[in-house]
Design a protein around this ligand. Structure first.
Ligand SMILES: Nc1ncnc2c1ncn2[C@@H]1O[C@H](COP(=O)(O)OP(=O)(O)OP(=O)(O)O)[C@@H](O)[C@H]1O
Ligand SMILES: [Mg+2]
Ligand SMILES: [Zn+2]
Length: 311
C-alpha cells in the first residue's frame, strides 16, 4: 500500500467517524441503546421459558413475566379453522403430561370462544392479590386461566376488537401467577389472527403443535401454520390429526370416516413428526360434555408425550 493509499484510508475512516457523530444519528444510537438496555433488564427479570425461546422475542414485543410464574416450557396449540377439536386436544395433552407427574397449565387464549373450563366443569370466581390473579385448578390439578371464568355470566359474548383481545392474552401471561409449571399449553383461537400473532411474538414459545382433521385441506393449513411459525423462528413440534378414524363398535375395524388421511405425507414433506392420530370416540365427547375430560385416556397421544418429555 502506498502512502497516498494509506492516507486515503485514514481520511475515509475519519469521515465515517464524523458522520457517526451527526447529532441526529447519535440520538438515534442512544435511543437504540436505551431500548436494548430496557429489553435486557426485562429479559433478565423474566424467569419463564427457555433461554432459546426468550432470545427469539423481538425487543419491540417483549412482555414481562409475572414474578410468581416459573414456567419451563410454553407450547402453543394452533389450527387452521375452528371445530377440529383443538381445545379438546390441548386439554388431552395437558391431562396426559399432568398424569405423568408434571405441573401443567392451560392458557385459554381463545378469548371469544373459550371452551376449556367447560371440559373440566370449572366455574367462576377467580381470586387474586397484588401480584395478579391465580389460575383455577381442575379436579386433576391442571391450572387454567380463561375468559370464561372471568366473565360475569358464562353466556356473556365477548365482542371486543382484535387488539383488545390480544391484550388479554398478554395479561393472561403477565398478570396471572402461574406458579411452578413444567408445561403451559396455550390454546389459540383458530387461524392466524391477532391472538396467535401476539402469542407468537410475545410469549417464549418452545414450539407449536398443529391440530388438523381429515376434513381440512390439510396440506394447505399445515403449511400456512408452519410458515407463520417458521417466519418467527418458532419450532413446529408436530401435528396431531383429530377425528382421524372411528373404530367399529362391533369388530374394532378402523373406519376412515372422512376418507384416507394425508397427514403422514404432509408431515414427511415438512419433516415434522405426527404427534398422534386420534379416533372419533363417543366416550371422549361424553366425558368432555360432563366436565370430566381428564377421565379419557388417549393412548394415541403417546408420540406427543415423547416429544414433550424431550424438550
Ligand atoms: N376425537 C374426538 N372424539 C370425540 N369427541 C371429540 C373429539 N375431539 C373433540 N371432541 C368433542 O368435540 C367437542 C368440541 O371440541 P373442541 O371444543 O375442542 O372443538 P373446537 O373448540 O370447536 O375446536 P377449535 O378449538 O379448533 O375451535 C369437545 O367437547 C369434545 O366433546
Ligand atoms: Mg376451541
Ligand atoms: Zn365392524
Amino acid at each position: 500500500m502506498t502512502e497516498e493509499e494509506k492516507q486515503a484510508k485514514i481520511d475515509g475512516a475519519v469521515e465515517r467517524l464524523r458522520s457517526s457523530q451527526d447529532p441526529e444519528k447519535a440520538a438515534e444510537a442512544e435511543r437504540l441503546n436505551a431500548e436494548r438496555a430496557e429489553h435486557e433488564q426485562i429479559m433478565a427479570g423474566n424467569t419463564s421459558g427457555t433461554d432459546a425461546a426468550r432470545s427469539r422475542i423481538n425487543p419491540d414485543f417483549v412482555i414481562e413475566d409475572n414474578p410468581h410464574s416459573h414456567i419451563k416450557h410454553v407450547i402453543g396449540v394452533v389450527s387452521g379453522k375452528g371445530g377440529v377439536g383443538k381445545s379438546f386436544v390441548t386439554a388431552s395433552i395437558a391431562n396426559m403430561m399432568r398424569a405423568k407427574g408434571h405441573p401443567t397449565g392451560i392458557m385459554d387464549a381463545d378469548i371469544t370462544g373459550p371452551s376449556i373450563p367447560k371440559m373440566y366443569g370449572l366455574h367462576g370466581e377467580v381470586i387474586g392479590n397484588e401480584f395478579g390473579s391465580f389460575p383455577m385448578s381442575t379436579d386433576n390439578d391442571v391450572e387454567v386461566m380463561s375468559m370464561n371464568v372471568l366473565l360475569d355470566t358464562e353466556e356473556t359474548p365477548v365482542i371486543w376488537r382484535g387488539p383488545v383481545i390480544a391484550g388479554v392474552v398478554k395479561q393472561f401471561w403477565t398478570d396471572v401467577q402461574w406458579g411452578d409449571l413444567d408445561y403451559l399449553f396455550v390454546d389459540m383461537p383458530p387461524g392466524t389472527g391477532d391472538v396467535p400473532l401476539t402469542a407468537f411474538q410475545s410469549l417464549p414459545l418452545d414450539g407449536i403443535v398443529i391440530v388438523t382433521s381429515p376434513q381440512e385441506l390439510v396440506s394447505l393449513i399445515v403449511k400456512k401454520a408452519y410458515n407463520m411459525a417458521q417466519m418467527m423462528g418458532i419450532p413446529v413440534l408436530g401435528v396431531v390429526e383429530n377425528y382421524s378414524y372411528m373404530s367399529c363398535p362391533h369388530c374394532g375395524e378402523k373406519i376412515n370416516v372422512f376418507g384416507e388421511s394425508s397427514i403422514d405425507a404432509v408431515a414427511a414433506e415438512l419433516d415434522i413428526p405426527v404427534l398422534g392420530k386420534l379416533p372419533m370416540d363417543p366416550t371422549y365427547a361424553q366425558n368432555a360434555d360432563n366436565g370430566v375430560c381428564y377421565l379419557s385416556e388417549i393412548p394415541a397421544l403417546s408420540p406427543a408425550e415423547a416429544v414433550l418429555e424431550a424438550l
